[in-house]
Design a protein around this ligand. Structure first.
Ligand SMILES: Cc1cc2nc3c(=O)[nH]c(=O)nc-3n(C[C@H](O)[C@H](O)[C@H](O)COP(=O)(O)OP(=O)(O)OC[C@H]3O[C@@H](n4cnc5c(N)ncnc54)[C@H](O)[C@@H]3O)c2cc1C
Length: 414
């Protein structure tokens, strides 16, 4: 690549920052323009619902690189600026300040935003969402000991905030429409483990419950009115009902988009290239063809934002690359830490190994042929590589041995 080449990255989250890093690590000596709507330098989001709320980390700790690094890397940083149009034929991105940037290759890393369901009252003061540092800062300031928080949605972010708030002495109610929290991600049996965890820590967990309205007084949220007429009073409300990928640019540019199981992301091949050969997409928006599972997978996982950019950058530089990592996710809630690897949108059964009641176990999601689709280690460490090996083998396992902690996981597949 000649020094006059311009690569543009739209989106200044972890994926955007990692793309810059990969370009310079690969001796790309052209111009790099990073456009991001947020005012802050790229930072990691997982601590926002965990260590930040627990007072253990501040923004500096999870900012990916400081401003000196971007200066030394000769990055043209355009922060606090939204990309509003994309013309693939002209190789141009239009920006909200009425300027246009030309690209030779473009990387879309626009991430996700919080879903905002049309619940009456959701615009009131005291109603929070959690996606950005500013959101976390606002939430942090209302979680005072003795106050109360109603969380709408029993997904990862809702539960992590519930845990953090309980640890700060906040009364917490979590309402969830499904039968168990995390049902879509983990299924009923493992969802129940998380339900018990939160009940044991004093969360008022209301399952199969619909929110009819966020109640207000003088324009400020006072709690929830449920579909059955019951009420939850709360000083603040967090709406955490999932994220939606920011695909407006891709859509406007006519790039191929997913639907159904692709959950509306930007379709990319195994090299993370979109339907336009000069545009790549990574992170939360990328519905990537997975070489092992032979299907498109789009996940909102930190690990993708961390690792996909290096593969996309290889493609942008004209080198072969393939993203074959297993989906990987982690969470920390109270004294429960877990890692999840694999992909099990549907499965035949779950096999447990270890002590579920003590929350020290590994769960395996199996298909009808006894192949391991996904595994989750809870408060048990150093097994992730073996769990991944079982998934990657695509070979049936003996379920009894899988459940037996005396059978080394590494010996279950030849
Ligand atoms: C509170 C919280 C906790 C999380 N915890 C975990 C966890 O424990 N484990 C885990 O695996 N994952 C977790 N995640 C998910 C993880 O943070 C995301 O998967 C990751 O941030 C995705 O990175 P990204 O770079 O693709 O997108 P993002 O981090 O969303 O960054 C995208 C950036 O692009 C900008 N942007 C969007 N559109 C435009 C535009 N048109 N023009 C310019 N800029 C634009 C956005 O403003 C944003 O700055 C968590 C997420 C949140 C919010």
């Amino acid at each position: 690549m000649a020094g006059s080449t311009t690569f543009v990255i739209v989106g200044g989250g972890l994926a955007g920052a990692k793309a810059v890093e990969a370009l310079r690590d690969n001796d790309f000596d052209g111009q790099i323009i990073l456009v991001s709507e947020e005012e802050l330098l790229p930072y990691e989001r997982p601590p926002l619902s965990k260590e930040y709320l627990a007072g253990k980390k501040s923004l500096n700790d999870f900012t990916v690189h400081n401003s000196d690094w971007y200066r030394d890397s000769h990055v043209d940083l355009r922060l606090n600026l939204r990309a509003i149009s994309l013309d693939p034929a002209a190789h141009c991105v239009g920006l909200a300040d009425d300027t246009t940037v030309h690209y030779d290759k473009l990387l879309l890393a626009t991430g996700s935003g919080s879903r905002r369901p049309p619940i009456p009252g959701s615009d009131a003061a005291g109603v929070h969402y959690l996606r950005t540092y500013d959101d976390a800062h606002a939430l942090n300031s209302v979680l005072a000991e003795g106050s109360s928080l109603a969380v709408v949605g029993g997904g990862w972010i809702g539960l992590e905030v519930a845990a953090g708030a309980r640890q700060r002495g906040v009364e917490v109610t979590v309402v969830e429409t499904a039968k168990q929290p995390l049902l879509a991600a983990l299924g009923e049996t493992v969802g129940e483990v998380f339900a018990d965890l939160h009940r044991d820590h004093g969360v008022d967990l209301r399952l199969q419950a619909q929110v009819a309205e966020i109640t207000t007084s003088d324009g400020k949220a006072t709690g929830l009115r449920m579909g059955d007429g019951s009420t939850v009073s709360a000083d603040a409300v967090l709406v955490a009902v999932g994220a939606k990928p920011n695909i407006e640019l891709a859509e406007q540019a006519g790039l191929a988009l997913g639907s159904g199981s692709d959950a509306g992301g930007v379709l990319v091949d195994t090299s993370l290239r979109t339907s336009d050969s000069d545009i790549y997409a990574v992170g939360d928006i990328a519905a990537a063809q997975h070489p092992l599972f032979d299907t498109r997978i789009r996940t909102e996982h930190w690990a993708n934002a961390l690792k996909q950019p290096a593969v996309a950058v290889a493609g942008m530089l004209g080198r072969p690359g393939e993203y074959a990592e297993l989906p990987y996710f982690f969470t920390d809630q109270y004294d429960l830490g877990m890692e999840y690897a694999g992909h099990a949108p549907s499965f035949d059964r779950v096999v447990f190994r270890g002590d579920v009641a003590k929350r020290e176990f590994v769960a395996f999601w199996l298909d009808g042929d006894n192949r391991v689709l996904a595994g989750m280690n809870v408060n048990i460490w150093d097994v992730l590589d073996d769990v991944k090996g079982l998934i990657q083998s695509r070979t049936p396992v003996d379920a009894e041995r899988l459940a037996d902690p005396q059978s080394p996981l590494g010996e279950l597949v030849n």
